[in-house]
Design a protein around this ligand. Structure first.
Ligand code: PMP
Length: 343
């Protein structure tokens, strides 16, 4: 990996971050007159912990990582944006990613005026590391990968991911939003081996808390310190910190929901290919299934009329004719199958 100092934008490296009242005093006291808060209306009157330490302690325990290797943000979308802002000079630096994949990498690049290069996956949605590395030049600071990938559902081949980690000198972001549904293990145990690796996970999928907005980035303490430097001081609010902690303290509930979703995924995987309208179903390691239905726009619109909303991926690279179907409750999946059967 290149020196972190040479990878980070010079203005960010030199930045003296804002120091909040809650940053400056640590410890217990009974009178807090330091942050211009209203003394009434507890608990909302107080600013949240800017570094969310209680939550990070629990995540460190659950994920078996050092608490200084964790960044928490307003969904994964926050660290996606922060990584670009930390490492890519607008109008100069470049990002490389795969297509198709999660749309926010490209949108966040465009918002930041950073060139975004896409390397198309193979027809069976595999990553070709050599093809991707051919797109790398001296301006490429970050590579975004997503495994299991959205919208295709498959996990990227691990050897190809290793090739990129071993041969790219910049930052590799590996988005593992769907990792809890996957048969493949997470790359988290590899963090110490690869100082250029940033792994993204979220409470929005398996933990069932998309509404809370809590995204996690795991990386070396040095990279985490850079992200902390440029985030909004109080980026994760009091309610989210509290609810997320309650949720993470109830792993059993998540595992039970996961079990149900996985068993429904198996049921859908058996039922969907039996339907005449389904031309092809792709393998999945996530909580959704990509299916080719031929005339996807028309099938999508007919499903909408029946009150069943799926994601139309017809205009996405390699996904012509495809719909992406999230695994729901047994009742929801029955409604989907009934609607598809009636078309
Ligand atoms: N990464 C991937 C691959 C996703 O599919 C999504 C949501 N669809 C996200 C990240 C966003 O997650 P969050 O809700 O944590 O912002």
């Amino acid at each position: 990996m290149m020196d972190l100092k040479d990878l980070v934008r010079p203005n960010i490296w030199a930045l003296k971050p804002y120091s909040s009242a809650r940053d400056e005093f640590h410890g217990s006291a009974s009178v807090f007159l330091d942050a211009n808060e209203n003394p009434y209306n507890e608990p909302y009157n107080r600013y949240p912990d800017p570094l969310q330490w209680e939550l990070k302690e629990r995540i460190a325990e659950l994920k078996d990582v050092d608490r200084n290797s964790i960044f928490l943000g307003n969904g994964s979308d926050e660290p996606i944006d922060l990584v670009i802002r930390a490492f890519c000079d607008p109008g100069i630096d470049t990002i490389v990613s795969i297509a198709p994949s999660y749309g926010m990498y490209e949108v966040a690049s465009n918002v930041n005026n950073v060139e975004f290069r896409k390397v198309t996956l193979t027809p069976d949605f595999e990553l070709d590391a050599e093809a991707l590395l051919e797109e790398v030049d001296e301006w490429v600071k970050v590579i975004f990968l997503c495994s299991p990938n959205n919208p295709t559902g498959n996990s990227l081949n691990r050897d190809e991911i290793y090739k990129i980690l071993n041969n790219f000198e910049g930052i590799v972001v590996l988005d593992e939003a769907y990792i809890d549904f996957s048969a493949e293990p997470s790359f988290l145990p590899e963090l110490k081996k690869f100082p250029n690796l940033i792994i993204l996970q979220t409470l929005s999928k398996a933990w069932g808390a998309a509404g809370l907005r809590l995204g996690m980035a795991f990386a070396s303490p040095e990279i985490i310190a850079i992200l902390n430097k440029i985030k909004y001081p109080y980026n994760v609010n009091v309610l989210t910190q509290k609810q997320a902690l309650d949720l993470l303290n109830n792993e059993g509930q998540m595992l039970e929901q996961l079990r149900r979703i996985m068993s429904e995924r198996i049921r859908l995987q058996a039922a969907l290919p039996e339907l005449p309208i389904v031309h092809k179903m792709y393998p999945t390691d996530a909580n959704f299934i990509l299916v080719n239905v031929g005339k996807a726009d028309s099938v999508y619109n007919k499903l909408v009329k029946k009150g069943v909303i799926v994601r139309n991926r017809n205009n996405v690279t390699l996904c012509n004719g495809c719909l992406r179907i999230t695994v729901g409750t047994p009742e929801e999946n029955d409604a989907l199958l009934k609607a598809l059967k009636s078309l």
